[in-house]
Design a protein around this ligand. Structure first.
Ligand SMILES: C[S@@+](CC[C@H](N)C(=O)[O-])C[C@H]1O[C@@H](n2cnc3c(N)ncnc32)[C@H](O)[C@@H]1O
Length: 466
């Protein structure tokens, strides 16, 4: 295949999936950042559109985005575009012929696809569209099965299925470069996963989280509320070494009742390591251990490249931590305590997030990312409720609606400062920096309201829809 070296000022077209709309821009920006590239859209960029046109990239950048993206379906080198077929023709005829010729010469084979968004075209109409493009000087041979080059005419009929226009709103033509990783959603579906629980994170969102976290090869990634390890599965797929903790002994050791209807008890090898083995990434598994995320168990050091987690909301699993509200009477020294069964107390949501941000500020490497879900009671949500920390910069905040009143927000933060480099705690002016300032009363109320309201609803189908 001809290379694109020396072909400058190219534009690329991304065709994106029309689900998880909020998550797409942070995903593409994060993947570009892994290449050291900023996100430069063409003018008239519409975030909710299925088509984005990008500037300032080379083909290798685009290929590397598509090798990771779960939000993007396909990418094309854009040769022409317009509001009508006549505008498209003018645009294509103005495209530099030296950019086209490596892919159109007589020894090449090619195919042209027609793709329509929000409208179905009959076969005959598609053929008509292709025939109408005879003004392009393709000298090669058509090969439908295995062509060297694939071209695509893409027609955008808007996003309203109840109001489909007769003519497309916009038309693009380009050379196909690569498809995204949408097939991971099926291949890693929790439906076919060896070890699952009631709150296993769906595959697509797990990969999106790993992308928002900019997880890359040989990173060390930690999930403090690891559950059945769905996030470790996604991160290990991208080449990271993974580890996690959970307060639940049965989850960590793969024991106890099965979450499958057809099965009463978990089988002998139902554990997180076996999940990674299922997908061929067992070598990236470091370990998991029983531990309470509210208690410091790690040595004081910047250990992790990313912390990526789905904390308990108190909806399907209780928010507990070790310890007791009652005064604990210490055993008399020297008396042997045969087995210690830790008692537990409520772990309030606001404390969970305060602890998580604090932990991340101390244990992320500089530039490392924290990605986590924040449950939200929609009628009372405002952006000011998102917990902040002076060492962590908020990168993105994406909503996934669960019901009319509830949603969860995927929060991505990046470590920008070491806690020991903060001048004094008094200099932390923003009252939302709760890890240092105690709980602000407003957010306490908000979280306790959320705890009460969400406790009454069952989010099972919405959260687990894979
Ligand atoms: C929403 S689930 C995580 C699900 C996980 N992402 C998966 O794919 O299976 C939250 C997990 O946090 C654990 N958890 C609850 N309180 C905890 C605590 N204080 N410390 C550590 N883990 C805790 C629960 O046992 C549960 O497994």
């Amino acid at each position: 295949m001809a290379t694109s070296s020396g072909r400058s000022c190219l534009q690329y077209l991304l065709h994106l999936a029309q689900d998880n709309l909020d998550f797409r821009l942070p995903e593409i920006k994060a993947l570009l950042a892994l290449r050291g590239k900023p996100f430069h859209s063409c003018k008239n960029f519409k975030e909710k559109s299925p088509f984005w046109c990008l500037n300032g990239l080379v083909e290798e950048d685009v290929r590397s985005i598509m090798a990771r993206s779960v939000c993007a379906k396909s990418a094309f080198e854009l040769w022409g575009h317009g509001r009508t077929h006549s505008e498209l023709r003018t645009s294509l005829l103005n495209y530099p012929s030296e950019n086209m010729s490596p892919f159109m010469h007589k020894d090449s084979t090619y195919r042209i696809n027609v793709y329509t968004f929000n409208k179905t075209l009959q076969f005959a109409e598609r053929i008509k569209r292709i025939d109408a493009m005879e003004y392009l000087q393709f000298e090669g041979t058509v090969n439908l099965k295995n062509p060297q080059h694939i071209f695509c005419l893409l027609e955008d009929y808007g996003t309203d299925p109840n109001n489909i226009p007769e003519h497309p709103d916009y038309i693009y033509f380009g050379r196909w470069i690569a498809d995204g990783q949408r097939e991971l959603i099926q291949s890693h579906s929790v439906k076919n996963r060896h070890f699952i629980g009631n709150t296993s994170m769906d595959a697509g969102l797990s990969f999106i989280m790993a992308n928002h976290a900019r997880v890359k090869e040989n990173d060390l990634v930690f999930d403090p509320f690891v559950g059945t390890g769905s996030l470790l599965v996604a991160c290990s797929h991208f080449g990271a070494y993974v580890c996690g903790t959970d307060i639940d002994y049965n989850t960590i050791h793969g024991k106890g009742r099965s979450s499958r209807k057809s099965q009463k008890w978990r089988g002998p090898d139902e554990n997180i390591r076996a999940n990674l083995r299922q997908y061929g990434t067992e070598k990236m598994y470091l370990d998991v251990m029983v531990s309470d995320a509210s208690k410091p168990v790690w040595r004081e050091a910047a250990l992790f490249d990313a912390i990526i987690t789905d904390p308990p909301y108190g909806i399907r699993e209780s928010t507990r931590r070790t310890g007791s509200n009652k005064e604990i009477t210490k055993p008399t020294e020297g008396i042997y305590v045969e087995s210690h069964v830790p008692v537990s107390q409520a772990y309030h949501l606001s404390d969970i997030f305060t602890d998580l941000l604090n932990f991340s500020a101390h244990h992320l490497v500089m530039g490392g990312r924290l990605v986590y879900w924040l449950p939200v009671y929609r009628p009372e949500y405002c952006d000011e409720m998102v917990p902040l920390h002076p060492c962590l910069q908020l990168i993105s905040n994406c909503e996934q609606t669960l019901s009319s009143h509830t949603s969860r927000r995927l929060i991505t933060m990046e470590k920008i400062k070491n806690p020991e480099d903060l001048d004094t705690l008094a200099n932390v002016a923003d009252p939302r920096f709760s890890p240092y300032q105690g709980h602000n009363a407003f957010r306490e109320k908000y979280f306790s309201g959320l705890n009460k309201r969400c406790g009454k609803e069952d989010h099972r189908s919405a959260v687990n829809g894979d």
